[in-house]
Write a protein of this length. Structure first.
Length: 230
């Protein structure tokens, strides 16, 4: 699962991560990117897709996929798409075939239950050094609602992090970006590619303050480790 994440990358870092063409931004980016310390479902987030010419294109949309055929946003939980059913689910199937995306982040949160008081303890998971990365995602555009949206693909967690949560968002390396976005692989081949190329095995983690459990909390300290938490 991925129900909350962080992204403090600057526009320059985003531009470098995705090798975005300067031709797409002749007057510069529409605005500088603000750091995001506690991003929650239904909020507006950034994502990257390929345009019709095969160039990487920067978008913004709702975190929680609304398929092209939906007549309203609805109440379904669509901020994650399970890899086991992503190619067969009516909500995600078309996006998996044609509208794949990359979602920039520099970490995400999961929660465990504290044995002493029964409350939830948040953990921040990130790559070593806190470098930026991309979740494998899907996107959709609904013309009737004039709404762009996206979701993050999840898979069973690797052994070293499954004690924190039994599922994990799929993080893929830069060399895999174009192959994923181009949708040249379909069905089981595409899912196998995602699983074999993921770099979640590199994740490190630490406990953080319980304040991040409130989705409205956006303090700059959300990633600060609690000492002696490991």
């Amino acid at each position: 699962m991925c129900g909350r994440f962080t992204n403090e990358m600057t526009w320059a870092e985003i531009h470098a991560l995705y090798s975005l063409s300067n031709e797409l931004f002749p007057l510069g980016p529409p605005s500088n990117l603000q750091p995001r310390y506690n991003i929650a479902p239904t909020q507006t987030i950034d994502f990257v897709q390929l345009d019709k010419g095969g160039n990487r294109e920067f978008h913004r949309g709702r975190w929680g996929l609304v398929p092209f055929f939906a007549k309203e946003v609805g109440k379904l939980t669509t901020f994650n798409a399970r890899i086991e059913t992503v190619d067969t689910s009516g909500v995600f199937r078309e996006s998996f075939k044609r509208r794949r995306a990359l979602i920039p982040a520099d970490g995400y949160f999961e929660w465990t239950t504290n044995a002493e008081d029964g409350k939830k303890d948040p953990w921040h998971l990130q790559l070593p050094g806190g470098e930026g990365f991309s979740f494998a995602g899907l996107a959709a555009h609904n013309d009737n609602l004039e709404l762009s949206s996206c979701t993050i693909i999840t898979a069973p967690a690797l052994p070293h992090i499954e004690h924190i949560h039994t599922r994990m968002p799929l993080i893929i390396p830069q060399w895999a970006y174009d192959r994923w976005l181009s949708a040249q692989d379909q069905g089981d081949e595409a899912k196998g590619f995602l699983l074999s190329s993921q770099i979640d095995s590199q994740l490190v983690f630490h406990r953080v303050d319980r304040a991040v459990g409130n989705s409205r909390y956006e303090g700059t300290d959300t990633k600060k480790p609690i000492l002696n938490s490991l």
